[in-house]
Design a protein around this ligand. Structure first.
Ligand code: NAP
Length: 526
């Protein structure tokens, strides 16, 4: 009946400003005095509700009846939610099947009672129980009618695949006389307890009733969170899938990096460990944990960095060939372009590891033995001074270029953080990521070349006929640098610039660049 009346009015129950059970007129006008309505500064979200603070900022008298909120369930989430709600000035009543057992776990200001009693007065009730137990709440259907039920549940991956209907829609089907709102499922119990300043701040909200959505949004704001409207309850399935995701945009780049690592590690293992063992009977297996890893890391970092810039080159080549930018790139290229940030960050990660491993190289016992053996050899050979001028210079330049490349990569990594990226305008961001990124690729190439020096041309460095690893890693970056150089040629550069500004080879849209008189006779059909 209550639901029927509520539907006829075409509005949802709201949290009354002076507690529950007030007259309908007060209920209707309560929206403006709800907690958090006047909260504007996101950083100043109250742990103490504004209801407890006077307009002059001084502490007001605690209102006799704070807005009442019900919670069904007494588990981890219910406890954290109750703590946050109490801290935000709400009056909380928790409904448990066994209140005596659980009451001690809740803040003293929260009332813990039986389910029937807990749902009788609040207009908003959080359902903090798992989906499989929703049906056990059916006995409360009459008391819940006309109220807002907030579904906070998250399905497991298996449940998500198993049920076509979201948990929230299922709850709505069990309680047709209630208004179901999906919210707070993306906030963990820990984040609720720790407070929004130390965790995810966004609360995704969806419901078929805009008024109910507004009520819960205001509650979320009053609790210090940022509500995000996700539309109707049909979006609940999508909202419920969010906590199931595990870094989706990192999957492919991570697999790519791991794949490269395995390939290069195997290649280096064959060259540095297996070949000496088979050919010279030398046991170099001790190199596996550190030395071979350290030879592998820069290869992965370098190839990954090239893979950040290769799709841009391919896209430019495609645009040049098609003579337009208004055609979609193939899906694989589109995905590749979208994953450049993750690939770049992984490249930085591997480069950092390479730097750390390199610092550890002199700490190895094998290194000390090698040094001592070399010294003894020198003494026996009666050579007083070991100094190879070319080697000294090569090493100095090689290390310096490596540090510069790593510094540049750090800059790229830092500017890809959203908080830093947001402080840059588009031109600045593009300069750092594109121009300085390309400089990092050139520095890495020079670092690799000074590392390899003449080894690529020395026969004894071809083990099992396998070329030194650095020669393999150089292939891709050299192609990219060459292609970038080609695109700088005036004929190609001019055409690419025109295409990127909307010019089309055979299309209708043709723009003229300043000073481009050859295009003067071409017509614009725009
Ligand atoms: P939990 O600790 O296992 O608590 C579940 C509660 O459900 C129990 O304490 C129980 O309270 C109540 N319940 C009601 N009817 C029940 C029945 N028939 N059988 C068993 N229990 C029943 O789980 P939780 O971690 O608090 O999670 C509760 C809901 O919040 C779930 O839907 C979950 O997906 C969602 N959630 C949790 C988190 C989190 O970080 N934990 C984050 C987001 C969303 P009484 O025994 O007092 O009745």
């Amino acid at each position: 009946m209550a639901a029927e009346a509520h539907r006829q009015q075409g509005s949802c129950p709201t949290i009354p400003s002076e507690g529950c059970g007030k007259s309908p007129e007060k209920k209707g006008s309560a929206a403006d005095s709800r907690p958090g309505t006047a909260m504007s500064g996101e950083m100043d979200k109250p742990l103490i509700s504004r209801r407890l603070v006077d307009s002059d900022g001084s502490l007001a008298e605690v209102p006799k009846e704070a807005p009442k909120v019900g919670i069904l369930g007494s588990g981890d989430f219910a406890r954290s939610l109750a703590t946050r709600l109490v801290g935000s000035g709400f009056s909380v009543v928790v409904g448990s099947r066994n209140p005596k057992r659980t009451a001690g776990l809740f803040p003293s200001l929260a009332q813990v009672t039986f389910q029937e009693e807990a749902v009788s007065s609040p207009e908003v009730i959080f359902v903090a129980v798992f989906r499989e137990h929703y049906s056990s709440l059916c006995s409360l259907a009459d008391q819940l009618a006309g109220k807002i039920l907030v579904d906070v549940s998250n399905p497991t991956e298996k449940e998500h695949l198993q049920h076509r209907q979201s948990n929230a829609e299922y709850l709505a089907s069990l309680f047709p006389a209630c208004t179901v709102v999906k919210a707070f499922n993306v906030i963990s119990a820990w984040a609720l307890q720790a407070g929004p300043r130390d965790g995810n701040r966004q609360v995704l909200i969806c419901s078929d009733q805009p008024e109910a959505k507004r009520t819960i949004s205001e509650m979320a704001r009053a609790m210090g969170f940022t509500p995000l409207d996700m539309g109707s309850l049909a979006s609940a399935r999508e909202v419920e899938a969010i906590p199931l995701r595990l870094l989706p945009s990192w999957k492919v780049p991570t697999l790519l990096a791991l794949g490269l690592f395995v390939c290069f590690y195997t290649y280096n293992f064959i060259r540095d460990v297996l070949q000496p063992y088979i050919r010279k009977d030398e046991n170099k297996f001790y190199k596996m944990p550190l030395s071979v890893v350290n030879t592998t890391l820069p290869c992965v970092a370098y190839v990954l960095l090239s893979l950040v810039y290769l799709p841009g080159v391919l896209a430019a080549a495609l645009q040049l060939r098609r003579g337009t930018k208004y055609q979609r790139f193939p899906d694989w290229l589109d995905h590749w372009l979208q994953h450049r940030k993750q690939i770049g960050l992984l490249s930085f990660f591997f480069a950092m590891l390479h730097a750390l491993y390199s610092f550890c190289l002199p700490l190895r016992r094998s290194h000390r033995y090698d040094l001592v053996n070399l010294a003894v050899k020198q003494v026996l050979a009666n050579k007083s001074r070991l100094w190879a001028e070319e080697e000294v210079w090569r090493m100095e330049i090689y290390l310096s270029l490596g540090v510069l490349a790593l510094g540049m990569l750090s800059l790229l990594a830092v500017t890809s953080l959203p908080s830093i990226a947001n402080s840059l305008n588009w031109k600045e961001f593009s300069f750092v990521q594109s121009t300085l990124g390309f400089v990092a690729l050139i520095l890495s190439t020079m670092h690799t070349l000074t590392y390899g020096w003449t080894r690529a041309f020395e026969e004894n460095h071809y083990k099992f006929y396998l070329p030194p690893t650095f020669t393999l890693t150089l292939l891709l970056p050299c192609v990219i640098i060459l292609a970038k150089g080609l695109f700088l040629l005036p004929c190609l550069n001019r055409r690419l610039t025109k295409i990127r500004r909307g010019w089309e080879k055979d299309g209708a849209v043709k723009f003229m660049l300043p000073g481009d008189h050859t295009q003067g006779e071409k017509t614009s059909h725009v």
